[in-house]
Design a binder for this molecule. Sequence first.
Ligand code: XMP
Length: 335
Amino acid sequence: DWTMDNLAEQKVAEIREQVGEDRVILALSGGVDSSVVAALGARAIGKQMTCVFVNHGLLRKGEPEQVEEVFTKQFDVDFIHVHAEDRYAELLAGVTDPEQKRRIIGTQFWNEFFAVAKQLEEDGRPVKYLAQGTIYPDIIESGARKTGGKASTIKSHHNLIPFPEGVHFDLIEPLDHFFKDEVRELGLALGLPEHIVYRQPFPGPGLAIRIIGAVDPEKLSILKDADAIVREELDAYNQRLFEETGERNSEHSCWQYFCVLPDIRSVGVMGDERTYARPVILRAVESSDAMTADWAKLPYEVLARISGRIVAEVPGVNRVAYDITSKPPATIEWE
Ligand code: XMP
């Protein structure tokens, strides 16, 4: 609508004015907020903005390709895809403690990110500004976050960013007065695809905290495949509800949905053969702010389809369980 278009133009003008001829760097996660900042930056300053996409190998199936597609083909920014999958795999090998996983992933993220900034400087393209997708609720909550170490390291309030010695950036936070709904509207006005604008929340540490116990390539592959099926089925389910109710997050639609891979096996049977394979746990919740959540009362036929498809299509899985716990006392994620 026209107000969002005006607001977009106003933000674009502000960024141009602030940045002048200088270079801006952005940690682009593929989430809504950083993607909207990238889209704004593309319109305001084009290739003066370097978008760093650190691929830790823990994203959902197809996601790195989608992010790369949007920010190389559709938007005119300087896009850098950092392939850090092997480095993360090595750092995470054998690590089972959830908070240790988070620390390793968060710390390595900044190592990768600052390495790019340093390289730009060495190439004679020094960075003056760091753009961030901080939104208004982030600022309000950062004082009062009760999840402690679980807050996003990417979006955490800027004083938490561990700048290396001697490194300084001025900050650009064009969304700091926006609520989430407004960020989505702005994203649509800027031409971002709906799969980014309506993307469900996804934790910074990615699939590592959905694999109970140590992360390894086989478990990652199982989880990615099972998760892709869950998303396909529940995206379609949400879309049907949206068409019926006109609401994106209606009373019965799910807000966040994914699979968890526990570190156990269970007995099953396939043909005449006994199997001893992995279960996956389906988690689907209704929520508005993630502070509280209720398990989604999905229709049996939707659950049946998801279960049937996962055991048929994902090798190594012989059982699907559904988590029917609300938050509190559980949390949305398992780690
Ligand atoms: P919990 O599991 O605490 O999750 O109920 C609440 C919301 O936060 C997300 N979450 C994270 N996001 N880094 C993030 O950026 C994290 O370490 C993290 N842990 C949980 C979770 O997906 C849910 O939306």
